[in-house]
Design a protein around this ligand. Structure first.
Ligand SMILES: Nc1nc2c(c(=O)[nH]1)N[C@H]1C(S)=C(S)[C@@H](COP(=O)(O)OP(=O)(O)OC[C@H]3O[C@@H](n4cnc5c(=O)[nH]c(N)nc54)[C@H](O)[C@@H]3O)O[C@H]1N2
Ligand SMILES: Nc1nc2c(c(=O)[nH]1)N[C@H]1C(S)=C(S)[C@@H](COP(=O)(O)OP(=O)(O)OC[C@H]3O[C@@H](n4cnc5c(=O)[nH]c(N)nc54)[C@H](O)[C@@H]3O)O[C@H]1N2
Ligand code: SF4
Ligand SMILES: [Mo]
Length: 746
């Protein structure tokens, strides 16, 4: 890569789930222009303001270039060897003395946007051996994993709305005009929504706020936060009551139909309507319209997952699709078939279990090998065997992203030792004793291993690094961390782990009688992979052994990393195709509509409906197109303009509390109290207030110059770590009871 030349490169944007193709013009080693890649097979030139800001993230002077060690309370730059030696000297004795569970780990959202996260986090966790694993999943999509695990046997089997072919989209708790979509990878989500309406289809949005997405829809209904499970279950009730159940293509693959009918019996629209704030006639009509739609689908996202009945709401979404005959059918809810998955999966499997072990303090079940991050502070504070005394964060900012965060920050400060793999010294990593900064997102290869499994078209694209990295790659950093934890020493060569991982993957195929590689010489196969960096080598094997791969057969035209490199705008593998029954991993090889745990949740729903409705205001979140959770507020073009960290409130609620436009309010919940400027806004449902998350910068010891000037307040000082979605352990981040008063002196 000659820095002196002018060149144009294309690459996939790793900043959100939409996976847009970007075109970067580079002159004298600097990105001089970013625009959408018009030739990208999936995004066709679409881009959002964050994609344009990618160069500013790369160039951000506050982005760390060298490791930091905290000495006498201040972070100082050190060499890489010194940083790993420090970890060896300080972390290993804690493990020796207090056992493996004394070190906790938290994995943040960027790990799913990054090959290092996909392939090298697991070896770190394995070397650590701890059960105290936490991640952003339990403040996000864990309910979806659990409902998919129960219904389809695998937490990764997630059906997505077939946006490009549907004519009826019922959308709850999602705001893709700001978020660009989630658990539904669809670059230019806004354009795809407009196309539904242009072809005569209809969009209905259910959200406690009249969002930009709601404005684009044909109809919008307010819903009381946290009540979507009732609303969806009532719609299932209508399908049975009005004889609208029609399983369609999946009729021969479903168990438990009669049990669902009985279980939803108590939940008529008339019973739930007042509680949800949606008229019973509307619920009946929407159920009928869904059933009658030739190509229709229900899609729910974070607003229905980060609530106390998150798993039940997620389950009910899929059950509605199944009972209305919309699952596994074009225009309905379909399963992607990603290039990186193993070819030849057939129906059946071991199914899905949670609670294989439980958390020490609150006795909460493990879900997908982790505990709810809402109990992280408990595990750090409570003395005794297994107390979390040391902590590793990888690409995460739990100090801003997780509930009751003031308490978590206090617990972080008391740790004996903390390591963070992160590009910034921010609200979380300022507590770390050692910060290991990976190179920028333009200095690494990129492939979306996660989002290919959630995409509305099957596509495959690889982006090589744009610039050579100054320091070690993120996979090398994680490999060295794994080697230190595995007692291989602070100077162990990360390439050793690369070789082990790639060889292990190939050996697995060679040993598998069902694999086309069965019986081949491992070294011959490895020779075909060639001399690539670890993540690229692993990716190559996965692509070639995947459903579109060449299977390491020279005579085949299939997919390989080399082929992707020759097609920089990506390769289109076509529209989604039916995957049932092969996608199912339940022991019965069928869809299991009911599980005991879900019946227990329906019983709880029944009891909640009998209780008096809680009074007072409920707090929900709010995303903005120019933000990304907590970590892009240090980029000037993304924070320019008016303060976005405001509390939005309906005029009637404001009037009742004598809150005036332009003033400052004090917002308090069971766990915290913060102040924020207020915006009076009739787009909110009365009784609901909204504050975005990810703000609250300017903390002592952090190094975020721009963010400190746009600090805002941390909404997770109000969210409560106690109430959880019981089946998934997901935190409740929407529908928080709060009080709001005009701030004295404002
Ligand atoms: N109240 C409320 N809270 C929420 C939400 C909400 O809607 N409301 N949303 C939740 C959701 S959906 C999520 S996903 C979580 C996110 O929770 P987190 O993942 O904990 O938070 P992020 O803000 O995404 O922080 C990402 C961190 O990764 C670092 N980083 C960025 N790029 C890289 C990289 O390439 N490598 C490494 N190693 N580090 C990198 C950043 O500096 C930052 O420290 O927040 C959750 N919190
Ligand atoms: N610009 C931007 N894009 C992002 C992110 C970001 O922070 N900023 N974060 C990324 C991440 S990590 C994720 S997970 C995705 C999330 O993507 P989305 O799921 O689309 O998230 P939101 O935009 O927060 O939309 C959630 C909607 O749910 C509504 N809501 C709140 N409570 C309820 C409720 O009880 N019921 C119903 N029906 N609705 C409710 C909110 O008003 C909001 O409009 O976005 C990703 N993309
Ligand atoms: S929508 Fe997402 S993937 Fe597309 S440019 Fe914006 S941040 Fe990047
Ligand atoms: Mo998320």
């Amino acid at each position: 890569m000659n820095p002196g030349t002018n060149r144009t490169v294309v690459r996939t944007c790793p900043l959100c789930e939409a996976t847009c193709g970007l075109e970067l013009q580079i002159s004298d080693g600097k990105v001089v222009k970013v625009r959408g890649d018009a030739k990208d097979v999936f995004s066709g030139g679409y881009i959002c303001p964050k994609g344009t800001a990618i160069a500013a993230i790369h160039e951000d002077p506050d982005r760390l270039r060298r490791p930091l060690i905290k000495r006498n309370g201040h972070h100082v730059e050190v060499e890489w060897d010194e940083a790993f030696a420090e970890i060896e000297q300080r972390l290993l004795p804690i493990l020796e003395e207090h056992g493996r569970n004394s070190v906790g780990a938290y994995l943040g959202n960027p790990n799913v946007h990054n090959m290092a996260g996909a392939f090298y986090v697991r070896p770190v966790l394995k070397a650590l051996g701890t059960r105290n694993i936490f991640s952003a999943s339990s403040v996000d999509q864990m309910p979806k994993h659990v409902s998919s695990g129960l219904l389809f046997g695998s937490p990764g089997a997630i059906p997505v709305p077939d946006l490009d072919r549907t004519d009826f989209l019922l959308m709850l708790g999602a705001n893709p005009l700001e978020s660009n979509g989630s658990l539904c990878t669809a670059p230019d989500f806004p354009g795809r929504l407009k196309a539904i309406r242009q072809r005569g289809g209809r969009i209905i949005v259910i959200d406690p706020r009249r969002t930009r997405t709601a404005r684009l829809a044909d109809e919008h209904f307010f819903v009381r936060p946290g009540t979507d499970a009732m609303l969806l279950v009532a719609m299932i009730h209508v399908l049975f009551e009005e004889n609208l159940v029609n399983l369609g293509a999946v009729a021969d693959h479903v168990n438990g139909l009669e049990e669902v009918r009985v279980a939803v019996q108590p939940f008529s629209p008339e019973r739930v309507a007042e509680r949800c704030g949606v008229a019973s006639a509307t619920l009946r009509r929407l159920a009928r319209e869904l059933a009658e739609a030739e190509r229709g689908v229900v899609y729910g996202r974070i607003g229905i997952h980060t609530v106390g009945f998150g798993t039940l709401a997620s389950w009910a979404t899929d059950v509605l699709n199944i009972l209305a005959g919309k699952l596994d059918r074009p225009g309905g809810a379909m399963f992607p078939l990603a290039a990186g998955t193993r070819a030849g999966k057939t129906a059946g499997g071991r199914g899905f279990k949670t609670g294989r072990w439980r958390s020490r303090v609150r006795d909460l079940p493990e879900v997908m090998g982790e505990f709810p991050v809402a109990t992280l502070a408990d595990e750090m504070e409570e003395p005794g065997e297994g107390q979390v005394r040391a902590f590793i964060t990888i690409g995460g900012n739990p100090a801003l992203s997780t509930p009751d965060s003031e308490r978590l920050e206090a617990a972080l400060e008391k740790l004996e030792f903390m390591v963070s793999v992160d590009i910034y010294c921010n609200e979380t990593t300022r507590h770390a004793d050692v910060i290991l900064p990976p190179p920028s997102l333009l200095e690494r290869g990129h492939y979306d291993t996660s989002f290919a499994n959630l995409a509305v078209r099957n596509v495959s694209n690889y982006s090589p690094p744009v610039f050579a990295a100054e320091g070690p790659s993120e996979s090398d950093i994680l490999a060295r961390l794994a080697l230190v934890l595995g007692r291989q020493g602070a100077k162990a060569d990360p390439a050793n782990l690369d070789r082990l991982l790639v060889r292990g993957l190939v050996e697995g195929h060679v040993a598998n009688p069902a694999s086309p590689l069965h019986g081949r010489e491992v070294d011959d196969v490895l020779a075909q992979v060639g001399d690539r960096p670890g993540p690229e080598a692993l990716l190559d094997v996965m692509l070639r052994m995947g459903p579109y791969g060449d299977g390491f057969d020279d005579t085949e035209q299939g997919l390989s990393l080399q082929r992707l490199e020759a097609n920089p705008h990506g390769i289109d593998l076509g529209a989604l195709e039916p995957q049932i029954p092969n996608v199912l991993s339940t022991p019965s090889a069928r869809i299991e509509l009911v599980a005991d745990s879900l019946i227990t949740e329906l019983d709880r729903l029944d009891r909640v409906l009998e209780e008096a409705e809680p009074e007072g205001l409920l707090l929900i979140g709010r995303r903005h197109l120019r933000s990304n959770n907590s970590w892009m507020h240090n980029i000037k073009p993304l924070v320019a303009g008016r303060n976005r960290c405001t509390l939005q409130m309906h005029p009637d609620d404001a009037a009742k509390r004598r809150v005036e436009a332009g003033g400052v309010v004090e917002i308090s919940s069971r766990v915290g109290r913060i102040q924020a400027p207020v915006e009076i806004n009739a787009d909110l449902m009365p009784g609901v207030v909204s504050l975005p998350h990810g703000w609250g910068h300017g903390q002592a010891g952090s190094r975020l110059g721009v963010a400190a000037a746009h600090e805002g307040v941390n909404s997770n000082r109000l969210t409560d770590g106690l109430p959880l979605d019981p089946l998934s352990g997901n935190a409740v981040l929407n529908g928080i009871p709060v009080e709001v008063v005009a701030s004295p002196g404002s």
